[in-house]
Ligand binder design. Structure first.
Ligand code: 13P
Ligand code: SF4
Length: 328
């Protein structure tokens, strides 16, 4: 679509959003055109917070199903629309409510921390939620001496266990996009560009290696960071005309380049594309706004219990991002 075609489409989106009294929220992994037309673009935590205080009567969530469910749970009186019902999440699919129920029976005094990449039913059985932006803070806020189940992401959970030193059982789930950003790919990119900053999302298969290299002094401490997507954008603004190697879904590059046009951002793995995030298309967004589809509902009792876990997270807030201790 050329510039004129884009402007025509964007004008129609904005007009339909006005008619419907809708706010458009887009995750950092959405296609560039969707990010550019949205009212707000952000990471999971930022979008949860925006959903919780949205004033419009409708939220159109350009993201994946668990994000739209989260918006509905936090804003039960709003209409929440997800442009594609097929936009799921391979990570969220690795754990079911029955798994959490079983663990709770075996560990009656244990606490369950759920990454937001989970279904409403799993959140409803959790003590508190977290995102990649606040996982360490959330676990540190829990009472000492309790066994903790962290789910569902193994790489993020291992990082949190290492950072907090707490007794954590980590669920063996992974995101198929991030897990395949390998240690080898990271090592190769760093060898080719040894002075660049390194931004690694903690869901990545290379995140543990990044920390090992960092601890061994093979990755410069002042230039290596484990960051949520929102924190990557904040850091991008600080690096001047620098370079950064970015290990996460490639949609983030659009926001990074907009945040700092002087700098160069390069993907550690250019094939890291989330098929679910890309299910929001220019056509499906128009259809969502025109026809009020697809409306996301969460059963009331499930929503009430899940809201408790989400609000417990929001109250803790992102005091710090998931940076290795001692990093700048
Ligand atoms: P963020 O919380 O960093 O936005 O990540 C969400 C996600 O789905 C990662 O794959
Ligand atoms: Fe889920 Fe991975 Fe896609 Fe994020 S990138 S929405 S964790 S499948």
């Amino acid at each position: 679509m050329g510039a004129a075609g884009y402007e025509k489409w964007a004008a129609e989106v904005r007009a339909l959003a006005r008619e419907r009294d809708a706010v458009i929220l887009a995750h950092n992994y959405q296609d560039a055109a969707i990010q550019d037309v949205a009212d707000y673009v952000g990471d999971s935590l930022e979008l949860s917070r925006l959903a919780a205080k949205a004033e419009a009567s409708t939220i159109v969530f350009c993201g994946v199903h668990f994000m739209a469910e989260t918006a509905k749970i936090l804003s039960p009186d709003k209409t929440v629309l997800l442009p594609s019902l097929e936009a799921g999440c391979s990570l969220a699919d690795t754990v079911e409510a029955a798994d959490v129920e079983r663990w709770r029976l075996q560990n009656p005094d244990g606490l369950v921390v759920s990454y937001v990449n989970t279904s409403a039913a799993v959140k409803a059985l959790s003590d508190v939620c977290c995102t990649s932006a606040n996982a360490v803070d959330v676990v540190e806020s829990l009472p000492e001496g309790k066994k903790i189940l962290f789910l569902p992401d193994f790489f993020l959970g291992s990082h949190v266990a290492r950072e907090t030193g707490r007794d954590i059982e980590v669920w063996m789930g992974e995101c198929h996009v991030h897990a395949k950003i390998t240690p080898e790919a990271l090592r190769k990119k760093v060898a080719e560009d040894p002075t660049a900053e390194v931004f690694v999302h903690p869901e990545c298969g290379c995140s543990t290696t990044a920390l090992d290299l960092w601890s061994a002094g093979d990755l410069p401490k002042e230039r290596t960071r484990l960051l949520s997507t929102g924190a990557m954008i904040r850091r991008a603004r600080e690096i001047g005309p620098g370079r950064a190697l970015v290990a996460t879904e490639v949609g983030i590059l659009h926001q990074l380049r907009a945040a700092n046009p002087e700098a160069t951002f390069e993907a550690v793995d250019g094939s890291a594309v989330c098929p679910f995030m890309k299910m929001t298309t220019q056509e499906s967004l128009i259809e969502a706004l025109r026809n009020g589809i697809y409306e996301i509902e969460v059963e009331q009792e499930t929503a009430k219990a899940a809201r408790r876990a989400l609000e417990a997270m929001i109250a803790i807030g992102p005091k710090s991002i998931a940076v290795p201790s001692g990093a700048a």
